[in-house]
Design a protein around this ligand. Sequence first.
Ligand SMILES: [Zn+2]
Length: 288
Amino acid sequence: MPDKLFHLGFLKVKYKAAIRDKTMKLRKGFLTNWRQMFVVCLLLVLCGRLIKAQEFPILVYHRFDSAMPGLTTVRTSTFELQLEWLEDHHYQILSLRTVTDKLRTMRDTNAPAVAITVDDGHRSIYAEMFPLILKHHIPVTLFIYPSVISNASYALTWEQIRQMKRSGLVDVQSHTLWHPNFRKERARLSDAEYEAFVIKQLTRSKDILSSRLGGQIDSLAWPFGIHNSYLENAAQRAGYKTAFALGGAPARAGGNMLAIPRIPVSDNDTGARFYRLLMDPRRNRREK
Ligand SMILES: [Zn+2]
């Protein structure tokens, strides 16, 4: 009988030990799962922030007109509607330099943000767009090719550009020397001629803008959006830190800083259509 009791007592102790073991294992497992869940949550939050920080629609305009829209002409009233839409929907309009800094450092903004660029230096920039820039107090970057400035009747003058720059809202950067089609020039010229041509287009423009206007000229917009690795390397050697293409998509952190996509805006892009352009521009174009 005492043997039996001893045996039963032993079983009880063994049973308790087994339960304790199981509980410890469960506790351990629970803790491990919590740790895993925490890491997964943290990664999701970080990825979410990263994805948000990666998207900046950079808008590109060309010409403005008080009455007549065109293929690359936006009516002044449409441009103002677009600015008001951005303000009403709490978009920040950042300078292009701020956006490229954020793309480089993967820094976030508290609100959705866009940047505005205008290519080619058409005279309507001064007459039609500039008053609205002042009224709404927003930063804009102009990409111009110096060969036409104070030269062609359709182009801005150096004095108009200086006046816009003095407002502190307008930055001016390079669009090459005379807006060539690099694809056509490549087919026409020998290797050596093409190399000299590319260097001239990139460096002369930079030098002229710098001596005429001062400031840092380290951004380039590819004429017709044409670029490739040869041109990108040449731009980098010429001292450009960023270069902008077309492409119709928002700019994302981690992308090629010498081919940052921009979104061309047309006169049709108002209201919900403008919103879709910022969100998913390629879908918007297909719906046209
Ligand atoms: Zn252009």
